[in-house]
Design a protein around this ligand. Sequence first.
Ligand SMILES: C[S@@+](CC[C@H](N)C(=O)[O-])C[C@H]1O[C@@H](n2cnc3c(N)ncnc32)[C@H](O)[C@@H]1O
Length: 271
Amino acid sequence: MNPNKVLWEKGDFTEIAAFMRQSGEAIVRSLGITTPLLVLDLGCGDGTTAVPLAVLGAEVVGIDIARNLVDAGNRRAAQAGLNRLKFQEGDACSLQGVDDHSFDLTLSVFGAMFAPKPFDVAREMVRVTKPGGRIVMGNWIPYDTTSFVSQLLKISASFTPPPPEGFISPMAWGVDTHIIERFGQAGVPKEKISMVKDTYYFIAPDKSPAQFIDSFRRFYGPTMNAFEAAEKSGRQEELHNQILELAEAQNRNTDGGTSIPATFLRVTISL
Ligand SMILES: C[S@@+](CC[C@H](N)C(=O)[O-])C[C@H]1O[C@@H](n2cnc3c(N)ncnc32)[C@H](O)[C@@H]1O
């Protein structure tokens, strides 16, 4: 089994995506969508950005490695009556069956960054996007204390066994030199790449930070793995306390709920 697929099919990412809908919609609004537009949403999950793109009239293909999220996305599309939105299973490292130059816009918000072969991912995103089209990525930033998920994953990694040799951290997608190198190898000169820091919000007005992080413990593959490893070494309380401390320190909701601003790197490539 592909460990990348196993990781994301573990748990139920739709429970985490529920905290991400508002910023997903805000990102889509900021893209200045004009139709007709063919969009690929890569690593789309259950459609946090794909659904609002389709609501704005774009024709959208969502590709994700996790079968359960593809199914959840197709259920959301059917419920919303969005018949120009389709979710399908696929791997960002090798977009088999997707023709060259198919899309006006290739979007990947915290999606393709988790695929294990970043140079292949950059090449594939460039290959399937039309000349004159755009690639937009949202990536978490390593070593940035305000980039909530990068901090969560850093804590989680400190409780899990070291990754296999050759593992490339997804967080490298949050570093400008890596982005320039990866897209450079895919034939994109650095003048065509722009990068800007932006803020994403995890919003759960009816959940305290403790309840919010409990959702990560129960439903988010990387955190679930960390707790499984921590339980084996009797350190689950330590892990819980560290994650809770992170969420409480970042929380801006003063009404008992959770609202965490998280810095990310927004990358735009004009082909
Ligand atoms: C943090 S979630 C983000 C999902 C969605 N973009 C959103 O904003 O809610 C990461 C997503 O990337 C997907 N993913 C991870 N590796 C992938 C790969 N190699 N190819 C395609 N999708 C992948 C996961 O299944 C998951 O849905």
